[in-house]
Design a protein around this ligand. Structure first.
Ligand SMILES: Cc1cc2nc3c(=O)[nH]c(=O)nc-3n(C[C@H](O)[C@H](O)[C@H](O)COP(=O)(O)O)c2cc1C
Length: 183
């Protein structure tokens, strides 16, 4: 069984009345204790990308992570602008790190946002894992207490994604320890 190492989970939605934290609460039941939960709504990441605010803190948290899961909604076939700013805030700390996705939205379940993110992370030399969790019609899937109504398939998808992420996390941890990442 592969070891995830230090996992970070990014909540990408910063919208007022967002569903993101509800999705995150369900997903965080699947991850090891000690996972670093990075809620972008709580961070000040300046979009001029010239440092300041929480830039240093966020950079350190990505540097510490061996693997990252991004929980993202889909907005107009894309992903949230706040997530792009967060991704662009950090450079070398993404390199040779595995990334998994939990996406949600309307009809597409956020899959179109994830396909775009795969291109963005490829540019940063991060490795996106093949298996992903997708929740179409996400607003209807949680009850009044925020509990996922039919968790069987999402639970199973989360386990598969985390299994792949753990394999890559271990492999890339060893690779990073053996030699510095070369561009
Ligand atoms: C501006 C905006 C654009 C959206 N565009 C899409 C879309 O293109 N595809 C889709 O499946 N859902 C779309 N949705 C639905 C959202 O994915 C859904 O409302 C989700 O809950 C948003 O995440 P959040 O509540 O955490 O912000 C859109 C929602 C908003 C607010």
């Amino acid at each position: 069984m592969s070891d995830l190492g230090q996992l970070a989970v990014i909540i990408a939605s910063v919208r007022k009345d967002r569903l993101g934290p509800t999705v995150a609460t369900w997903f965080l039941d699947h991850v090891p204790p000690g996972t670093d939960v990075i809620d972008l709504a709580t961070l000040d990441l300046p979009d001029h990308l010239a440092g300041g605010g929480d830039t240093e803190l966020f950079t350190k948290r990505i540097e510490r992570a061996d693997a990252v899961v991004v929980i993202t909604p889909e907005y107009n076939r894309g992903y949230p602008g706040a997530l792009k700013t967060a991704i662009d805030t950090v450079v070398a700390e993404w390199q040779a790190k595995p990334i998994g996705f939990v996406s949600y939205g309307g009809i597409s379940g956020g899959l179109r946002a994830v396909e775009q993110l795969r291109l963005v992370f490829a540019e940063l030399h991060a490795v996106t894992v093949q298996a992903a969790v997708s929740l179409p019609h996400a607003w209807d899937r949680f009850d009044e207490q925020g509990k996922l109504r039919e968790p069987r398939h999402p639970d199973s998808a989360a386990a598969t994604m985390l299994g792949q992420l753990a394999w890559w996390s271990e492999a890339l941890r060893q690779a990073r320890a053996t030699s510095a990442f070369a561009l």
